[in-house]
Design a protein around this ligand. Sequence first.
Ligand code: AMP
Ligand code: MG
Length: 329
Amino acid sequence: MKTLISTDRAAAVELLRKGEIVALPTETVYGLAANALNPIAVAKIFEAKERPRFDPLIVHLPSRDWLGEIVDLPVQDRQLFLKLADKFWPGPFTMVLQKREIVPEIVTAGLDTVAVRISVHPVLAEIVCELDQPLAAPSANRFGCVSPTTAQHVMDELGGRIRLIIDGGPTEHGIESTVVAVRGGKIDILRRGPITAEQLSEFGKIDIVMPSRKISAPGQLPLHYSPKTPLRLIDNAESFLPQENQRVGLLAWNPVEPEKKFAAVCLLSKRQDLREAAANLFRHLRELDQSALDLIVAERVPSRGLGAAILDRLERASHDQSVVPDMLE
Ligand code: AMP
Ligand code: MG
């Protein structure tokens, strides 16, 4: 794939509208953006970045008018929330809020909350307003690499993997946005960034919530959705036999006919498409978790491309169930 660096904002909007991903400048670092309401488009972000796992992404809104669509505004902490929004939006400031149904689970890594931001960068602002859809946009670098602050950095990282990089010059802040959650009248800082604790402390009591652990190992944190039902990874559902009276649900990779041996079946992708599987993963896990099962068995997906991220999530979900009773083995 040929990657173009350009200032053609209309081309960016067109690609985003078609469900493609585009690298865009923000005031913090360059982001790799997709329509946040299109789960397949969002899966392409993880694919291009080669993220070996799914982390929750930040959603950029066209304006505050979109808040009501995407999140349930806090009831108890509403005044504090509004004060922070008035002061720091648009800007390098992200707030974690209760997500609404419309936000796909792949965006939030299965969490009930979503991180939202409104960028002040004129290019991003113009594109997201013209698109008139929220954008999910993590930093536009390959996994484990440094966040890009110029269009050329993005080219070095993702050249050949994406079609378009919009050049907006070097970014202003060069570090990622400050992430906070407002809870019980205080401000939890989940990630430090351009808006400092000192600035925030004018608005209420501050708590720094595990900043170093969060940055070094986001995937290790209890930040991800974990099913309550024990989960086991298997190679193939065909050879699996549930025990008598055991209600087992199947998260399937291989095509299956509805079968009596499983109490519930969710197929990750009819076409065995890893993007679609990634997009469906958390929704299906949640669905199975709510089906009153004794056990979820998940078929291994191929480990190529996005499959590694899916497997990582499934392995983590099975390890989370540290004690799987013997009867289930
Ligand atoms: P980025 O890689 O810049 O898109 O930032 C993603 C980071 O935002 C994550 O690693 C988290 O630290 C934070 N974040 C995103 N969504 C949430 C959420 N729902 N709850 C808590 N933190 C979040
Ligand atoms: Mg990043």
